[in-house]
Design a protein around this ligand. Structure first.
Ligand code: NAP
Length: 250
């Protein structure tokens, strides 16, 4: 395969790390963005290097525009090309109702999950667009079924931040379709990662799994496989899609 480079934000653990490893297994060189925990990021890089691919970890807070610019600039300098971008970094907060939300909580949620995702997509388009000297490519946004369900009494703020990502996927896909860039999103359901503990509910997957039609949570690898397919040449006519990976939780 011709050498290809993917940048994945939030790549030090969970769905991002699984995507990094699956992409490397398919022959991609990988840059992972991470916010905290250099050691965990380095461990993912080491696994990829052992697979014979080039990899690098770059620290960048996706809630900060300057750091996003720097992240992509490092890819330019170190790899000289960008063929795919995975907008994976994201947060949930403690479960709450809209009545209890504060402006501060909302600002943080949208700054990272929505504005950060938009700004990263912009940087990817600037590099991939054939009308801007790029060679085309693919963007995969990691949304959530929460965008469709609304997540009442849990995370309406999070659901709305992912809803905006879905609309960005639809609009941007059309905007850059003639510029060689495909833009798709995956909408994972209940996936067994540390994000639930980060939101104060470490037992969330076990508790809610019986309500999923398949009666289990999904794995990060199950989501990663779909992401890698969407960014690959095996999905050349797929753009503007919102792919549900939710064990039938529709
Ligand atoms: P995770 O393990 O918590 O991964 C989230 C990643 O995002 C972490 O690596 C985290 O890095 C990074 N991140 C958070 N804030 C950041 C910031 N300001 N700057 C840079 N990176 C930041 O959870 P996950 O389940 O793999 O989540 C990956 C994506 O899937 C998220 O967008 C999430 O919304 C989405 N998703 C997950 C589920 C699920 O059930 N697990 C379902 C639907 C959608 P640090 O920890 O270093 O900050």
């Amino acid at each position: 395969m011709h050498k290809k480079v993917v940048l994945i934000t939030g790549g030090r653990r969970g769905i991002g790390a699984a995507t990094a490893l699956q992409a490397a297994a398919k022959g991609w060189d990988v840059v992972i963005g991470f916010n905290s925990d250099q050691k965990a990021a380095d461990a993912v890089v080491a696994q990829i290097t052992e697979m014979g691919r080039h990899a690098m970890a770059v620290q960048a807070d996706i809630g900060c525009e300057d750091q996003i610019r720097r992240l992509f600039a490092v890819v330019d300098v170190q790899f000289g090309q960008l063929n795919a971008f995975v907008n994976n970094a994201g947060i949930v907060d403690s479960a709450t109702t809209v009545a209890e939300l504060t402006g501060e909580l909302l600002e943080r949620m949208f700054r990272i999950n929505t504005i950060g995702a938009f700004l990263c997509a912009r940087e990817a388009v600037l590099r991939m667009s054939t009308t801007r000297g790029g060679h085309g490519g693919a963007i995969v946004n990691v949304s959530s079924i929460a965008a469709r369900l609304g997540a009442p009494r849990q995370y309406v703020d999070y659901a709305a931040s992912k809803g905006a990502m879905d609309v960005m996927t639809l609009g941007l896909a059309k905007e850059v379709a003639a510029e060689g860039i495909r833009v798709n999103a995956v909408r994972p359901g209940l996936i067994d990662t540390d994000i639930h503990a980060s939101g104060g509910q470490p037992d969330r997957v076990r508790r809610l799994a019986p309500g999923v039609p398949m009666q289990r949570g999904g794995t990060a690898v199950e989501v990663a496989n779909a992401i890698v397919w969407l960014m690959s040449d095996e999905s050349p006519y797929t753009t503007g899609s919102l792919l549900e990976i939710s064990g039938g939780n529709l």
